[in-house]
Design a protein around this ligand. Structure first.
Ligand code: SF4
Length: 496
C-alpha cells in the first residue's frame, strides 16, 4: 500500500497518457458503446428494427439510424438523439422492405456528429452496402492514413468507414469473401451487422469482445447485440454468433463461415458488470444472475455491520440484491433515479453544473435517516459521482456509509469500444483504496477482488479484464483516442 495522503479530486486533462488514452468521457461512468440490430425476411422490418433499437437504447443515446431494403432499393433514416426522437413522425413509413439493420450510437471513435451516425451506407462497385458497428478498431488510424495516402476520401471520422473502404477495395467479387478479406486487416473489437444486396450479414471479431446473438421470429432471422432486443420483437434466441464467425442470411437461410482461426476469447466482462441489461443473456450468461453472484461474493469478501443495503440504481440493483441475500441485511430503495434524464439540447452542461448528481438521483430520507447503510455500486470511475452520492445520503440522515463495489478498481482505459477517461482520470490508477475511501468520505470501502470476479463468471479465461489489470490482449501501436480521426494528420508513408 502506498503511504496514505489526503485525496483531492482527480484532475481532468485532455492530454493522453503514455499508455495511450481514450478521449475523456463526459461523465463519471464508463459509457456504453453501441447497439446493433438486423432482421431478414419480415414484412415490417424497419418497424421491428425500431423496437429492437428501443430495447438497446441503453447502449447508445447520441444517434440512431435504420436502413431498410427490399434487396434492391436502400432507404435510410438517421438522426442525432434518442430512438424515439429520431423516428418521431412518419420516418418509419418511408423505410419499406423486408430486410433492415439499425444502430444506436455512443461515439467511441469519431465525434458525435450526424455524419457519424450509423448505419453508414455507401455505393460501391457491387451496388449499395450498409454497416452498423459495435466496438472499436485499434488500428483504424493507421489503416485510414494508409488509404488516404493512396487518395481515398472519407466522409466521416468514424472507424467504421475504414471497414467499408476495405470491403470496397477487396479483390474478391462476392460479399462473402470481401468481408473476411477486409476484416483480416482490422484489429480490435467489432460486432457488425451488414446489408449487402439482399443479404444480411453478422460478424464478431476473433476474440468476441462485444456480444451479438442470432434469433428467429417465424420465418424471419434476427441479429441483435443483446437478447432483450429479441424479446421485444417476439423472437426466440437461437444462439450467439461465435467469435470469429460470419453468418450470412438470405433466401437460402443462414450460412455460417468461420472466417478467422480460433483465438483466445476476450468477451468484455464489463458487459456483465454494468453495460448490458439485466434481463439479457450475454455471452451465454444471464446478466442478472451474474450480477447477483458478484453481489454475494462481495458480501463474503467485504461484510459490513449495517441496517440496510441500497443500490445505485439501476445498474447496481442486481448486485445489491445479491449482497442483501448473502448478508441477510434487508434491501431498500434508498436512492431513486430519475429515468427521464436524457440528452437535452438546452445547455446540458449548465444544467449539470447547477444541479449535479441531484438531477439524476434523489435520496429517500424516510429510509435512510439514522441508518447504517451499505451502498452497492457496480464501479467507480473518477469517483466524483460516488462522492456526490455519499454527500446526498449523509444529508438524508445516513449514520454510517459502507461503500461496496461489485468490480475491482478500474485502473486502465479501454480501447475495445468502451468510452473511458484517460488513465490519469481514473481514480484507482493513482489512489489506494484507503485514499479513495477518504476521498469519498465513507466509513468503509470494499472492492470485489479479481479472484472474486473471475470466480463469478463461467469460463473466466475467456473474458477481457484489461481495465482492471492492464493486460491488453490486442495491442495497439499508437496512441488512440476517439477523436484521433477528427484531427488533420500529416500524410504518412504508405504501409503496404
Ligand atoms: Fe471490457 Fe474493460 Fe476489456 Fe474494455 S478493457 S473490453 S471495458 S473488460
Amino acid at each position: 500500500m502506498k503511504e496514505s495522503r489526503s485525496v483531492t479530486q482527480p484532475s481532468v486533462h485532455r492530454a493522453k497518457s503514455h499508455t495511450g488514452g481514450a478521449a475523456p468521457s463526459s461523465g463519471d461512468r464508463l459509457r456504453e458503446e453501441c447497439g446493433v440490430f438486423g432482421i431478414w425476411g419480415a414484412e415490417n422490418a424497419a418497424r421491428l428494427t425500431y423496437a429492437g433499437l428501443y430495447a438497446l437504447q441503453h447502449r447508445g443515446q447520441e444517434s440512431a439510424g435504420i436502413v431498410a431494403t427490399d434487396g434492391v432499393e436502400y432507404r435510410e433514416h438517421k438522426g442525432v438523439g434518442l430512438v424515439s426522437d429520431v423516428f418521431a413522425g412518419r420516418a418509419l413509413e418511408t423505410l419499406r422492405g423486408s430486410i433492415a439493420i439499425g444502430h444506436n450510437r455512443y461515439s467511441t471513435t469519431g465525434g458525435s456528429h450526424l455524419q457519424n451516425a450509423q448505419p453508414l451506407v455507401v455505393n460501391y462497385r457491387e451496388g449499395k452496402i450498409a454497416i452498423g458497428h459495435n466496438g472499436n478498431l485499434v488500428n483504424a488510424l493507421a489503416l485510414r492514413d494508409e488509404m488516404e495516402g493512396k487518395g481515398s476520401i472519407f466522409q466521416t471520422t468514424s472507424d467504421t468507414e475504414v471497414i467499408l473502404h476495405l470491403i470496397a477495395r477487396s479483390s474478391a467479387t462476392e460479399i462473402e469473401r470481401m468481408v473476411p478479406e477486409a476484416l483480416a486487416r482490422c484489429q480490435g473489437a467489432y460486432s457488425l451487422v451488414i446489408l449487402a444486396g439482399d443479404k444480411l450479414i453478422g460478424v464478431r471479431d476473433p476474440r468476441g469482445f462485444r456480444p451479438l446473438c442470432l434469433g428467429r421470429r417465424g420465418d424471419a432471422h434476427v441479429l441483435a447485440s443483446e437478447t432483450c432486443a429479441l424479446d421485444i420483437v417476439g423472437a426466440d434466441f437461437v444462439r450467439e454468433v461465435e467469435p470469429g464467425e460470419m453468418v450470412v442470411i438470405d433466401g437460402q437461410g443462414v450460412r455460417s463461415h468461420r472466417i478467422f482461426r480460433a483465438e483466445a476469447q476476450r468477451a468484455c466482462v464489463f458487459e456483465l458488470i454494468y453495460f448490458s441489461r439485466p434481463d439479457s443473456v450475454v455471452f451465454g450468461l444471464s446478466v442478472d444472475s451474474i450480477r447477483r453472484r458478484l453481489g454475494r461474493r462481495l458480501a463474503e469478501e467485504h461484510p459490513a455491520e449495517a441496517d440496510i443495503v441500497i443500490s445505485v440504481p439501476d445498474s447496481s440493483n442486481s448486485a445489491a440484491l445479491g449482497f442483501s441475500e448473502q448478508s441477510g441485511i434487508p434491501f431498500e430503495l434508498g436512492l431513486i433515479r430519475n429515468h427521464y434524464v436524457g440528452r437535452t439540447f438546452i445547455a446540458p452542461h449548465q444544467i449539470t453544473r447547477d444541479f449535479g448528481v441531484n438531477l439524476k438521483f434523489n435520496a429517500v430520507r424516510r429510509i435512510l435517516d439514522g441508518k447504517r447503510v451499505v451502498v452497492v455500486d457496480d464501479s467507480i470511475v473518477r469517483g466524483t459521482t460516488s462522492r456526490s452520492l455519499v454527500a446526498m445520503l449523509r444529508a438524508a440522515g445516513a449514520r454510517e456509509i459502507h461503500f461496496r463495489v461489485s468490480s475491482p478498481p478500474i485502473g486502465w482505459s479501454c480501447y475495445y469500444g468502451i468510452d473511458t477517461p484517460n488513465r490519469r482520470e481514473l481514480i484507482a490508477s493513482s489512489h489506494t483504496v484507503e485514499q479513495i475511501r477518504k476521498y469519498l468520505h465513507v466509513d468503509s470501502l470494499g472492492y470485489l477482488s479479481m479472484e472474486g470476479l473471475r470466480a463469478c463468471v463461467d469460463r473466466p479465461d475467456d473474458h477481457c479484464y484489461a481495465c482492471f489489470d492492464g493486460d491488453y490482449s490486442v495491442r495497439f501501436g499508437e496512441e488512440m483516442d476517439k477523436l484521433a480521426l477528427e484531427r488533420p494528420r500529416a500524410r504518412t508513408a504508405e504501409t503496404s
